[in-house]
Write a protein that binds this ligand. Structure first.
Ligand code: P6P
Length: 329
C-alpha cells in the first residue's frame, strides 16, 4: 500500500515508527521495538567507530582502550554491541551474525523475530578511515514461539524478509531501511542522540553514471561482465569503488549506478554473503525501484541452504542491471 501519511522531514525515528505502526498495523509493536533496538545499537557503534582512531591508538600502545576494556577489533566490538542490545530488547529470539559460525539463541523465546546481520561490513576500511556499515535483515520466526529458534527461521528466503536495512557510518551516520512500504532514510544528530527523517522516500534513478567493482579481478570476471564494463567505459561512465559495500551501495542509490561483485578465481560464487548482505540490500533496492541479480536470476529468489553461503551480486539502477544481463544472452 502506498505511504499515505507522508511524514515531514525532521520527524524523529521513534515518531516515524509509531506512525507507521498505526498506518500499517504492525499489530502489537514488536517489529517497531525491534527497529528501535537496532537504531540504539547503531548509536552505540557510531560512538565506537568515531572514537576508534583515538582508542585504537591508545589501545595499541597499552593494549587497553580509554575505557580500560581489552582493545577489541571494531567488528568484534560491533558484533557484541548488536547482540547485547537485541538480547536486552527482547524482540529477537535469535541472531545470525557474520562474526559467528552458528545462530545465537538470545533466550527471548517469546520473541517473534530473528535478525541476520553483518555488524560491521568492510572493517578492513576502519584502519584507513573509510566509511563502513552495518547490514541487517529481519524475518518473522517460523519455529514455535516459546521454544528455541531453528535454522529454518533463517533459511526462509529473501522474499520472506519483513524488514531490512543498513547503518552507514560515513561523513554522517545514516539509517536506511524498509518494511516493504518503500525506503526511508534517517540522519543521526550526534549532539541530540537522535535519528531524524531526512529522506522520506528514497528511489534509485532508472539509470546512472556510475559502475562500482574491483577491476583488480578483471581477468577472473566472466566474459559478459567484461563486455558490460567495456560498454560502460565506452560511454565514459565513472568508476567509483570505495571497497566498502554499504558506502558504494548508498552512493549509487542517490546517483544511480550499478555495483558488481562477480564470481572470481578466489570466490567462485562471489565474495558477498547471501543472508546478511545480498538479501537485505536486494530487498531494499527493489523497494527503491532498482534490481538485484546473481547473473542466474533475482537475488531474492535464490534458495538459501547455508547460513554463510555466498552469491554473485549485481545491484542498482534497473536499466543498468538489465543491460548487464542482456550481455549474458
Ligand atoms: P574486494 C569488504 O571486505 C567487502 O565485504 C565489501 O564491503 C566490499 O564491497 C568488498 O568486500 C570489497 O572486496 O575484493 O574488492 O576487496
Amino acid at each position: 500500500t502506498e505511504n499515505t501519511l507522508a511524514q515531514p522531514v525532521g520527524t524523529t525515528l521513534d515518531r516515524y515508527i509509531m506512525r507507521k505502526q498505526a498506518e500499517f498495523g504492525f499489530a502489537t509493536g514488536e517489529l517497531s521495538q525491534l527497529l528501535r533496538d537496532l537504531a540504539l545499537a547503531g548509536k552505540i557503534v557510531h560512538r565506537d567507530v568515531n572514537r576508534a582512531g583515538l582508542s585504537s591508538i591508545i589501545g595499541s600502545m597499552g593494549q587497553h582502550n580509554v575505557q580500560g576494556e581489552q582493545q577489541q577489533r571494531l567488528d568484534v566490538e560491533a558484533n557484541i554491541r548488536f547482540i547485547r542490545t537485541l538480547t536486552n530488547g527482547g524482540e529477537a529470539c535469535a541472531i545470525l551474525s557474520e562474526e559467528e559460525d552458528d545462530l545465537i539463541q538470545t533466550g527471548n523465546v517469546q520473541g517473534k523475530y530473528v535478525v541476520a546481520m553483518d555488524p560491521l561490513d568492510g572493517s578492513s576500511n576502519i584502519d584507513v578511515n573509510v566509511s563502513i556499515g552495518t547490514i541487517f535483515s529481519i524475518y518473522r520466526r517460523v519455529s514455535a514461539v516459546g521454544g528455541p529458534a531453528t535454522r529454518a527461521d533463517f533459511l526462509q528466503g529473501g522474499r520472506a524478509q519483513v524488514a531490512a536495512g543498513y547503518i552507514l557510518y560515513g561523513s554522517s551516520t545514516m539509517l536506511v531501511y524498509t518494511t516493504g512500504h518503500g525506503v526511508a532514510g534517517f540522519t543521526y544528530e550526534n549532539s541530540l542522540g537522535e535519528f531524524f527523517l531526512s529522506h522520506p522516500r528514497i528511489t534509485i534513478p532508472a539509470t546512472g553514471p556510475v559502475f562500482s567493482c574491483n577491476e583488480g579481478h578483471w581477468f577472473d570476471y566472466p566474459q559478459y561482465v567484461r563486455d558490460f564494463l567495456l560498454q560502460c567505459k565506452q560511454q565514459r561512465m565513472s568508476g567509483r569503488y570505495v571497497g566498502s559495500l554499504v558506502a558504494d551501495y548508498h552512493r549509487n542509490l542517490f546517483t544511480g549506478g550499478i555495483y558488481l561483485y562477480p564470481p572470481t578465481a578466489k570466490n567462485a560464487a562471489g565474495k558477498l554473503r547471501l543472508l546478511y548482505e545480498n538479501f537485505p540490500l536486494a530487498f531494499l533496492i527493489e523497494q527503491a525501484g532498482g534490481r538485484a541479480e546473481t547473473g542466474e536470476g533475482p537475488v531474492l529468489d535464490l534458495e538459501p541452504v547455508d547460513f554463510h553461503q555466498r552469491s554473485p551480486l549485481f545491484i542498482g539502477s534497473p536499466e543498468l542491471v538489465a543491460r548487464l544481463l542482456s550481455e549474458t544472452a
